[in-house]
Write a protein that binds this ligand. Structure first.
Ligand SMILES: [Zn+2]
Length: 300
């Protein structure tokens, strides 16, 4: 009897240890790669992105990211809607307010072609949030599964007071099914209420992180050589925001405590996994280099 109990305890301990080991080692499959792109650029006062900074305008990239994984390609954020290249009225006052770069090179199809992909080659599309410079092109991937937080879809469709501005109704409306259909989704969509291990191996994990918007999420990408990379979407704008705990302007901080907690989480992963992070709008980060060089930045 005693032996059986000890045996059971040992078996449980082994299972626990295996569990811990598999979590900490989160296998990155051979050949997995991360690419950083920019969907043109925007011009905005630095003080909007970092409280206390100069109100002089700066040009920032509009980052989006692709993970090539043996089980499929994963896209994180989709940039500005390509419609504005030929029809600036689609963005209303934001065309003058943000002066987005609108040359043909910024189109997401043209960008993906640089790494040999078409929109139909993308298996999963996730957005950090649905603002105009992140959710713009979600409808260009009808064959993909769309991964978004439920709270973000609700706010994009009918925003909380004070948060409506950066959501373009057309970016959301195109996800709706045909008139008269009872099921609302036109294509495959998973509305999440929490985290998701996208490929089931810990190499790409969506982290629900309300902060910049009610349904923001970040992506943790674990690469074979580079190691752990956190794709922050707009929970972080610049490296300095993290090191000095600087929030953006209140108009870009739905839940300020969530943003500060994101900074703390980054520091935890820096300590635990030697992680780095990439934001969408840091001119000195990979998206900024992709914008200035017109070439995606690759990480293995
Ligand atoms: Zn943004």
């Amino acid at each position: 009897m005693k032996r059986t109990t000890l045996g059971t305890i040992s078996a449980v301990m082994v299972l626990v240890l295996v569990g811990i080991t598999s979590l900490s080692q989160a296998a990155s499959p051979a050949g997995m790669k991360l690419y950083a792109f920019s969907s043109g650029g925007l011009t905005i006062a630095k003080s909007a992105l970092q409280s206390g900074a100069s109100s002089n305008p700066i040009t920032v990239p509009v980052g989006f990211f692709v993970v090539k994984h043996p089980k499929g390609n994963f896209l994180f954020d989709t940039g500005n809607n390509d419609k504005i290249i030929s029809d600036p009225s689609y963005w209303g006052p934001f065309i003058k307010g943000l002066t987005p770069e609108r040359g043909p090179d910024v189109a997401i199809d043209t960008q993906l072609k640089k790494i040999g992909l078409t929109p139909d080659d993308i298996k999963y599309v996730a957005v950090g949030h649905m603002h105009l410079d992140h959710g713009g092109n979600v409808c260009k991937f009808p064959k993909a599964v769309f991964l978004v937080q439920k709270d973000e879809m609700k706010n994009a469709a009918w925003p909380e007071p004070g948060t409506a501005g950066p959501y373009i109704p057309g970016d959301v409306a195109c996800l709706r099914n045909d008139l008269g259909e009872a099921l609302p989704n036109k294509t495959k969509m998973e509305q999440l209420s929490g985290d998701l291990d996208v490929f089931g191996d810990g190499s790409v994990v969506l982290k629900s992180w309300p902060g910049h918007t009610p349904g923001s999420q970040m992506a943790i990408v674990r690469l074979p050589k580079t190691g752990t990379v956190i794709l922050t979407s707009d929970n972080v704008y610049f490296s300095e925001n993290v090191t000095k705990n600087l929030l953006p302007d209140i108009s870009l901080a739905y839940y300020p405590t969530g943003i500060l907690n994101a900074y703390e989480y980054i520091r935890v992963l820096q300590g635990r996994e030697n992680a780095s992070f990439m934001t969408a709008h840091d001119p000195d980060g990979p998206a900024g280099k992709a914008r200035s060089s017109h070439a995606p930045q690759v990480f293995e």
